[in-house]
Structure formats: C-alpha cells, structure tokens
Design a protein around this ligand. Structure first.
Ligand SMILES: [Fe+2]
Ligand SMILES: [Fe+2]
Length: 154
C-alpha cells in the first residue's frame, strides 16, 4: 500500500517528536529518582512508555504506507537543573507535538487517508491530556511555591 508523500513525511516528523519525548521523559524520570521526587519520577516514566507506544503505532503505519522512518534524527535531550525547568521543557515539547498533529490531521484528511487521520486524532487526545497535566503541575508549583510543591512530590 502506497501512502500520500506528505502524510508519510508528517508521520516521520511526528515519530521524531515521539522518540525525543521518550528520551526526554526517560532521562527526567531518572533525574527525579535521584532527587527523591517519586511522584514526578512515576509520571515521567509513564509518559516515556506512552511515547514509546505512540512511536510503535506511527512506525507501523509509516511502513504500511511504504515510507522509510528516520530514526537517527531524534532531538537533543539534557539534564534539567530543577523540576520546574523539566516541566516547562515537557510543556514545550508537548505543545510542539499538538501543533504538528493538528497540521498532520488536516493533511491526512485532505489526502483522503482516513486511517492515518484516525490514528493521529487518538494521539492528539493523549497529548492534550499530557499538556493538561503539565499545566496543572506548573499551576500548583506557582500557587504552592517551590518548597511545598516539591514536598508534595516526595
Ligand atoms: Fe505521544
Ligand atoms: Fe505526550
């Protein structure tokens, strides 16, 4: 089955974001573990798994459409200096994922690729939930202050 070229490019672009997310959240989980912040550690680990699952679905679809995935183009990931910095970094990546997905959904629709559109729509819902969680954490961080927020994450 040969897919639309733009849809294949969009899937490949989203794959880079998912794999960057996987690496970023895996590293953040390990850093939060070192800092004794168990709740944030568990959340980052769960999101790392979610992005791995998303990446697997995208890879499957990309190959089915006759595309070639670019697994080497994953973005750089660095150790955060604070919990807030990590949450803001995650927020930036998830926001990028949502913008990419919305464009990709529109193009899949225009290309008549309902299967890709449906997959991307399911992922959009997950990313919106992820963004909502991050916004909630950053709000709590601001409302409680750094010290109380971190106490609640032990
Ligand atoms: Fe994702
Ligand atoms: Fe996500």
């Amino acid at each position: 089955m040969q897919g639309d070229r733009r849809v294949i490019e969009d899937l490949d672009g989203y794959l880079q974001i998912e794999l960057t997310g996987h690496k970023q959240y895996l590293l953040a989980g390990a850093v939060f573990e070192r800092w004794g912040l168990s709740r944030l550690r568990d959340a980052e680990r769960a999101y790392a798994q979610e992005e791995t699952a998303h990446a697997a679905v995208i890879l499957h679809r990309l190959l089915l459409l006759g595309g070639v995935p670019h697994l080497a183009d994953v973005g750089p990931v660095t150790v955060p200096s604070s919990a807030k910095e990590q949450l803001e970094r995650d927020q930036a990546l998830v926001t990028r994922a949502i913008l990419h997905l919305k464009d990709a959904i529109g193009r899949a629709q225009a290309a008549g690729d309902a299967g890709s559109r449906e997959l991307l729509e399911e992922m959009l819902v997950d990313e919106e939930e992820h963004l909502d969680w991050l916004e909630q954490q950053l709000h709590l961080h601001g409302a409680l202050g750094e010290k109380k927020y971190l106490q609640a994450q032990l």
